[in-house]
Design a protein around this ligand. Structure first.
Ligand SMILES: CC(C)(COP(=O)(O)OP(=O)(O)OC[C@H]1O[C@@H](n2cnc3c(N)ncnc32)[C@H](O)[C@@H]1OP(=O)(O)O)[C@@H](O)C(=O)NCCC(=O)NCCS
Length: 243
């Protein structure tokens, strides 16, 4: 059901993280993809979402996640036993299940699957830039100092890069953002966190849409990243054409 368009490999050894991102599905494909990939409970959840975009995002993210986990676990996508933890993250109630993380924003969703704890986040850059109060709330003292040296035109993108790194790091570690110094310079970097060494990689879904992946893994070598863009093929089920 998922076609892979391109694969970019970076770095070597240690943990391996598979990152798949996709544009949200058109409304016409929603029922078909939900029927093929989602659980009965998730299909009931769709009706509770008021906004069309939210329904499209929810179904795309869940279908993508279930497809990725189904391949890892040797199950059908609808059979992957996803469970919601009290702190709102998703888990899999199956022995030997990989770690994973999900993000959705605007027109895009992404899923990361890894043999170590992982977090992923994406967010579009707003040309207006962030409210200074927000910068003060999410950035550490050293991040604020580095941010302050940037020319004004570079700040909107730099802030979103910082934001997605932090959110990815929060998801991977469960730590509070003010205890995660992730930096603002574009790079794959190893940072310290209260949960252990964390590798942070910058990715890009498209122009003006930064994404970051954080992997909780020690060692001197960054995790191997396999990044691909997916699209849902609903042609054979009569749910619409190929994207
Ligand atoms: C939980 C949180 C990280 C989600 O991030 P978001 O940008 O709002 O939303 P995203 O679409 O990127 O991610 C949502 C997914 O994260 C996952 N998630 C939710 N809570 C989580 C948690 N505590 N740990 C790990 N993953 C979590 C869920 O799978 C969710 O998708 P789902 O609801 O469809 O299952 C965020 O809302 C949050 O609470 N952040 C707190 C830290 C903070 O203050 N950040 C500010 C900027 S650094």
């Amino acid at each position: 059901m998922i076609r892979r368009h391109s694969t970019v490999r970076s770095s070597l050894r240690r943990a391996t993280a598979e990152v798949t991102f996709a544009p949200i599905i058109p409304l016409a494909s929603l029922d078909c993809i939900a029927a093929r990939s989602l659980s009965t409970g998730e299909r009931a959840e769709i009706a509770a979402l008021d906004r069309e975009d939210d329904r499209r995002r929810f179904v795309t993210a869940r279908a993508l996640l279930r497809q990725r986990l189904a391949s890892a676990l040797g199950l059908a996508p609808t059979e992957v036993p996803l469970v919601r933890s009290p702190e709102r993250s998703l888990g899999v109630a199956a022995a030997g299940a990989p770690h994973f993380s999900v993000t959705h924003a605007g027109e895009w969703v992404a899923v990361a699957v890894c043999d170590a704890p992982i977090g992923i986040d994406l967010e579009p850059v707003l040309p207006s830039g962030p409210d200074p109060l927000l910068v003060a709330r999410v950035a550490t003292a050293s991040e604020r100092a580095a941010y302050g040296t940037l020319p004004p035109q570079e700040r909107p993108a730099a802030f979103v890069r910082l934001w997605v790194r932090k959110e990815a790091a929060v998801k991977a570690t469960g730590c509070s953002p003010d205890r995660l110094d992730v930096g603002i310079e574009p790079a794959c970097r190893r940072v310290r966190s209260p949960a252990g060494a964390l590798w942070i990689s910058d990715l890009q879904v498209g122009p003006g849409i930064p994404m970051a992946v954080a992997v909780l893994a020690g060692g001197r070598t960054p995790p191997r990243l396999e990044v691909s863009r997916a699209a849902f093929d609903v042609g054979r089920a009569g749910g619409g054409g190929r994207q």
